[in-house]
Design a protein around this ligand. Structure first.
Ligand code: DAH
Length: 339
């Protein structure tokens, strides 16, 4: 019996040496100390031993059990440390490795312009209105005093969805929608995308941005129009900017004008940007046509108003010295990173 116990101890030692994972250790424990384990069997059989043998073998068997338990604990600790080592080694960080460069996005120049324009008009008490890009012919043309076959339609190469639906060619339909839904006083701006079936070149794009402005109230005059647009120009381009109004024609305003501002590149001296004139054409404007007010249920005997509209792309190009509108729509990172 004594020899058998010694053999068990030796066998355990040997088996533990070969154990490289936790389940193998557990297998050894079950094999010898489990319910049906070899040592457990011996301890159970103690009753059959003689009175002299029992205490001696009992003591020895208990010693061997304790021995095996401590061997297993030790082996399990060694195994845990080994696993920790492997994990640590695999997690080593090489702090001398070059880092990954994070590229930070930039604001698009059109967005920068729009933000500035909005800020200026909001500070003057205008509110922002919106309208659909797929628009009814009625709002884009008819209500703005541009009936079918009106020559003004020819100037705006329109994308027709069908006879009565178009991609809006201007932000002016938002004027009509606002006047239909609100009673004066009205003081709104409406920035947005517009569409024209133009051939693409350095100054034409089938998609571009406009911003529309409208004030309707009692007693609004051309002097209000001039004052408002002059203040806008100075806030946008600088205090020293002067403005000049030239007579023009738009079907939805009467009288109509185009506004020029001092060329901000040469300050009026004459340069390439202003073709030597010292002035740059900035926008179209005028007093809202009485018929347009009537179309929206506003009595032109009581109310008057002024409106204006300009291209955000054009202003952005002038401001940043961009000479090709396509640069604003081509998502060329080298170009966009400059802003
Ligand atoms: N809608 C005009 C265009 O696309 C711009 C414009 C001119 C808007 C005069 C106005 C205005 O509101 O009064 O060319």
């Amino acid at each position: 019996m004594k020899e058998k116990l010694e053999m068990i101890k030796a066998a355990v030692l040997e088996e533990l040496k070969g154990a490289s994972i936790k389940t193998e250790l557990e297998n050894v424990r079950v094999k010898y100390l489990g319910k049906k384990g070899e040592l457990t069997q011996i301890l159970r059989g103690m009753g059959q031993l003689s009175n002299e043998e029992r205490p001696v073998i009992g003591k020895l068997a208990n010693e061997v059990r304790e021995n095996i338990e401590s061997l297993i604990t030790k082996a399990s600790n060694t195994l845990k440390n080994k696993e920790k080592d492997i994990k640590l080694k695999s997690e080593i960080i090489d702090i001398s490795m070059p880092g990954k460069k994070q590229t930070i996005g930039k604001r698009h120049p059109l967005d920068l312009t729009l933000e500035k324009v909005n800020e200026i008009f909001l500070s003057m008490g205008f509110v922002i209105e919106e309208g659909p890009e797929v628009e009814q012919d009625y709002y884009n043309f008819e209500a703005l005093n541009i009936p079918k076959n009106h020559p003004a339609r020819g100037e705006q190469d329109t994308f027709y969805i069908n006879d009565s639906i178009v991609l809006r060619t201007q932000t002016s339909p938002i004027q009509i929608r606002t006047m239909e839904n609100q009673k004066p006083p009205i003081k709104m701006i409406a920035p947005g995308k517009v569409y024209r079936s133009d051939a693409v070149d350095a100054t034409h794009s089938p998609i571009f941005y406009q911003i529309e402005g409208l004030i309707v109230d009692k007693g609004i005059t051309f002097a209000d129009l001039k004052g408002t647009l002059e203040l806008f120009t100075q806030k946008m381009f600088g205090d020293k900017m002067e403005t000049k109004f030239r007579p023009h024609h738009f079907p939805f305003t009467e009288p109509s004008a185009e506004m020029d501002a001092t060329c901000f590149v040469c300050k009026g001296e004459g340069c390439k940007v202003c073709s030597g004139s010292g002035w740059i054409e900035l926008l179209g404007c005028g007093m809202v046509h009485p018929q347009v007010l009537r179309n929206c249920g506003i009595d032109p005997e009581v109310y008057s108003g002024f409106a204006f509209g300009f291209g955000l792309d054009r202003i952005t190009m002038l401001k940043y010295g961009i000479d090709d509108i396509r640069a604003l729509y081509e998502s060329d990172m080298k170009f966009l990173k400059q802003f």
